[in-house]
Design a binder for this molecule. Sequence first.
Ligand code: COA
Length: 224
Amino acid sequence: MSSSQLQRMIRGLGDAWPDGVAVAVVDPEEATEPLFPIEEAAVRRAVAGRRAEFTAGRQAARQALAMLGYPPIAIPMAEDRAPVWPQGIVGSLSHCPAVCIAVVADASRIASLGVDIEPFDPLPEDIVHEIGREDEIAGIGPDRRLAARQLFSAKEAAYKAQYPLTRTLFGFEGLRYDQVRRTLRFARPVPPFAKGDPIPVSQWTGDGLCLSLSVLHTGPGGTS
Ligand SMILES: CC(C)(COP(=O)(O)OP(=O)(O)OC[C@H]1O[C@@H](n2cnc3c(N)ncnc32)[C@H](O)[C@@H]1OP(=O)(O)O)[C@@H](O)C(=O)NCCC(=O)NCCS
């Protein structure tokens, strides 16, 4: 998997990519722009790999923000590790070894975003059962471990999208895949969301990549 493959995949999506969502992709090996001091403090003691992915994430975020007309600006890491976006912006970050992706949007148009990028490989057998129930996984596709990877990625994207609205931490059992409506739903109330509320995720696979994006347009009860 490489950043150019991911860029190609996103370009190929054309109109399927949601309106108003700016996206940028950076290879951690090519993340050369300096961090802001407040960002630097977050990775002062980090190992090289973590530092590289964090730097690539901030670089990608600033590239995406530039598409919305923002000058370079710090994106601190909160105590709960979530990124702190500038006032009026919603966004999300994800990285895997060779790729980092940032999505941002104007908060007046989109309530929250969640993104996840994964290698499109079968999930290791010993963690499949942690991601979802067998019926959820079977509802996604016939290759159980590959379907589990897709479910993992979708739940991670959805989790990131819901977090700024709920500030609630939960595990994979907190969301359930409804195969009839082909959507994730809250398995229990997570205020302001009710049990059963949908949390939409678009997912694209190919070229060894699994990309998941959750776009919440209007928040609880009115997500689309
Ligand atoms: C947030 C979390 C989902 C990140 O997922 P990951 O696959 O490890 O890593 P990714 O590269 O995809 O994403 C990491 C980025 O997520 C963002 N992030 C971290 N915590 C976040 C949160 N609470 N809400 C939204 N985004 C968050 C950060 O930007 C982070 O990158 P950074 O530290 O460089 O800024 C994970 O670390 C976590 O906290 N999980 C909680 C339990 C869980 O997985 N529940 C699943 C529920 S269905």
